[in-house]
Write a protein that binds this ligand. Structure first.
Ligand SMILES: CC(C)(COP(=O)(O)OP(=O)(O)OC[C@H]1O[C@@H](n2cnc3c(N)ncnc32)[C@H](O)[C@@H]1OP(=O)(O)O)[C@@H](O)C(=O)NCCC(=O)NCCSC(=O)CC(=O)O
Length: 447
């Protein structure tokens, strides 16, 4: 315990250990309580009573939770970004025919028309996938109803996830301009399969990182994991002198790929929207002058759970792969809670700017998600141009999406970067929970 005392001779105040101040009672230690011996029957515990959930309104949750570090600490910055996709490009306008054909379901006319309607309204023109004709010929278990495929899927993902992450990481490292051996921490996020050892180990080897690089693996979080990775990287960079954190998000849509089935209409939504892609990001504080060129300073990162929403996005790992349930109410739920969350984030910026005074990197979950955010925040349509462009070119690439949007926004020649005048911005993503996670960023002007 420390007490603030006045140093008499000098008239200033400082913090000293309590025991150094005469007359201060010593803090009492918790007393040891006799426990019943294990042989005695345990006293009956309280029974589990179903209590009404606290029904916290997101707007009412106590904030600020994340106003760390204190201002004198150097903020973490995004120092470089890279992205990668598999070579196989899907053209969305022809996808329905290909999908029903390759899964031997062309006879399911009504379902096929529904899929076509979803694809037409998806806002997507192209996306990327490891699933080619040749691949699916070799792996009929991916679409044969009732055929177990978890083992095959996992062994394929164990190779493909780090492979894609490697490409994105190499781009980021090249842009960063320092050797891979100077990466001190590695944070890897994926929703695609589970491997032991994981993609973090494969990447450490393939990228030539130091064997004592400190690794963190984020499995199965969902689309908000790109921001979670930024949050972890920010903490690591701000609390470890000279740390340089490599983030890799690597996502494939293949875990949920299966033949269309009338019983699971939400499968069609996922199959129409999700694509493959990996993102590499390097984060560090106190950039080295003339070597490192910071892109964004990460001012604040936070997340919040929407109340009573656990069943809105659900994944179930089955022998036939990952079953992903997407409730139709997701866009309206996002719309209900995103405003309070983003206001909290933005209150950390000087002058508390308005939503239309900043740049936006919103997770391109689907056109209905983007419209929900646009309407809830009353954003001018151009504010989500980068998010819509990433959706159009890549689809929803889960955790990588929001990082692709940020990468798009920082490219001065990008069509979507019509917000380069804005100094402050918010990157925000959504996923199971339902979780809203976001970062307040300040654009670095040295670029
Ligand atoms: C799917 C859409 C592109 C469809 O566009 P529109 O809404 O404009 O069109 P629409 O209403 O006519 O819908 C077209 C058809 O899709 C059906 N449909 C829409 N949403 C559905 C759902 N969740 N489950 C089952 N069917 C659904 C409609 O009933 C309709 O069928 P019919 O034509 O037969 O009447 C859009 O609704 C959308 O963007 N939805 C949000 C998708 C989403 O949840 N994304 C987040 C993914 S999760 C994520 O990003 C986070 C994470 O994974 O962690």
């Amino acid at each position: 315990m420390f007490l603030e005392v006045e140093v008499a001779a000098q008239g200033r105040r400082e913090w000293v250990p309590a025991e150094a101040v005469p007359g201060t009672p010593r803090p009492t230690c918790p007393t040891w309580i006799e426990q019943p011996s294990p042989r005695q029957p345990l006293p009956e515990g309280p029974t589990w009573v179903e209590s009404p959930s606290p029904r916290l309104n997101v707007a009412e949750t106590s904030r600020p939770l994340n106003q760390f570090p204190p201002p004198e600490k150097a903020r973490a910055c995004i120092l470089a970004m890279g992205r990668a996709t598999p070579p196989n490009k899907i053209v969305q306008s022809t996808y329905t025919d290909w999908y029903f054909n390759v899964t031997n379901c062309s006879h399911k006319g009504e379902l096929k028309q529904k899929m076509q309607r979803i694809c037409d309204r998806s806002g997507i023109e192209t996306r990327y996938s490891i699933l080619t004709d040749e691949f699916l010929k070799e792996h009929p278990e991916f679409y044969t109803p009732g055929e177990p495929s978890l083992e095959q899927r996992n062994s394929i993902f164990a190779e493909e996830v780090p492979k894609l992450a490697h490409e994105a990481a190499i781009q980021a490292i090249n842009e960063w301009g320092r050797p891979a051996s100077e990466i001190t921490h590695l944070v890897v996020a994926t929703l695609t399969g589970i491997a032991i050892p994981g993609a973090d180990v494969m990447l450490t080897k393939s990228l030539g990182l130091r064997p004592d690089v400190n690794r963190v693996m984020l499995y199965m979080l969902g689309c908000y994991a790109g921001i979670t990775a930024l949050r972890v990287a920010k903490d690591l960079a701000e609390n470890n002198p000279s740390a340089r954190v490599l983030i890799c998000c690597s996502e494939l849509a293949a875990p949920t790929f299966r033949a269309p089935n009338e019983k699971f209409p939400y499968d069609l939504v996922g199959t129409a929207l999700f694509g493959d892609g990996a993102s590499g990001v390097i984060v560090g504080a106190q950039p080295q002058p003339k070597i490192e060129r910071p892109l964004y300073e990460i001012e604040w990162v936070g997340e919040v759970l929407a109340p009573d929403s656990e069943k809105i996005i659900e994944g179930t790992l089955k022998l036939e792969g990952l079953q992903f349930y997407l409730d139709r109410t997701l866009p309206s739920l996002v719309s209900k809670h995103v405003g309070a969350f983003c206001r909290t984030a933005l209150d950390n910026a000087p002058g508390k700017p308005d939503f239309n005074d900043i740049f936006w990197a919103v997770h391109s979950g689907g056109p209905a998600i983007l419209t929900a955010v646009e309407q809830a925040l009353e954003l001018q349509p151009e504010k989500l141009a980068a998010s819509r462009q990433i959706l159009k070119n890549y689809g929803n690439i889960s955790a990588s999406t929001v990082l692709f949007v940020l990468d798009e926004l920082r490219k001065a020649d990008s069509e979507a970067d019509n917000q380069s005048d804005c100094e402050w911005g918010i990157a925000v993503a959504f996923g199971p929970g339902v979780t809203i996670e976001g970062a307040l960023l300040q654009r670095c002007r040295s670029n």
